[in-house]
Design a protein around this ligand. Structure first.
Ligand code: DC
Length: 222
């Protein structure tokens, strides 16, 4: 049976994962956060002295598994649940670097396609509508100004010890945008047939509603 696939792409911090998770739960779809795959590879690479050494060993020694517990995605690297470990600023930057390597993208391509063949999915990332699922039933490009994305992140983190400043967060977001947009392989850009949703002045529920409405119209869901 053909599965239904929804692709959500956009820059870091646009709210893709929280929106995709909520919409997936409303539709009864599997939510796939592909950024976690790149982050887990970034963690894997940390044990190697050079990029070449890590790439040479990637196919043989890096086993990634996505598992779902009550609808929440967990990622396992060589049997270890690394779901929390991959959410550090260092891994964010490293993931942005490793995701520019063609061998890394090739390594993850089939994994992502296979999940979408097996389940109805909402998959979020940077190249889902353009490369991974070019035939997705609905494609969304979710974006917001860099200032708004930095300020949302700042509010999320401000009570934590050693929370970064707004300026640091803005700089990090701008750097990751630059890396994602300018890499040679599968750069971040909107698929021609993607619907753009600019969330700069929108609330979370408003964004979810808009995607659910689009899904209902496009996919003839109940
Ligand atoms: O969405 P995120 O911040 O967790 O993603 C981590 C990094 O992985 C990000 O810098 C871009 C990269 N990425 C990618 O290149 N392609 C994807 N489909 C998903 C993420």
């Amino acid at each position: 049976m053909k599965t239904i696939n929804i692709a959500i792409d956009g820059p870091a911090g646009a709210g893709k994962s929280s929106v995709a998770r909520e919409v997936a739960s409303q539709l009864g779809f599997v939510y796939v956060d592909t950024g976690a795959l790149y982050r887990a590879i970034a963690l894997f690479s940390a044990d190697y002295p050079t990029t070449k050494a890590f790439l040479d060993d990637l196919e043989v020694s890096c086993h990634l598994e996505l598992k779902y517990f009550a609808g929440t995605q967990c990622i396992f690297l060589n049997g270890d649940n690394v779901t929390d470990k991959i959410r550090t600023p260092e891994i964010s930057m490293k993931a942005s670097e490793v995701s520019a390597l063609p061998k890394v993208r090739e390594f993850l391509l089939e994994t992502q396609k296979d999940i979408a063949k097996e389940y109805n999915v909402i998959m979020d990332g940077r190249d889902i509508g353009t490369v991974v699922l070019p035939d997705a039933d609905l494609k969304i490009y979710l974006t917001a100004s860099a200032e708004e994305r930095a300020s949302r992140r700042y509010l999320e983190l401000e009570d934590k010890p050693d929370a970064p400043s707004y300026e640091q967060l803005l700089e990090e977001i701008q750097q990751r945008d630059y890396n994602d947009i300018h890499r040679a392989v599968s750069p971040l850009h909107r698929a021609k047939d993607a619907v753009i949703i600019d969330t700069t002045n929108m609330g979370f529920h408003e964004v979810c509603e808009e995607i659910l409405n689009l899904a209902e119209k496009r996919l003839e869901l109940e």
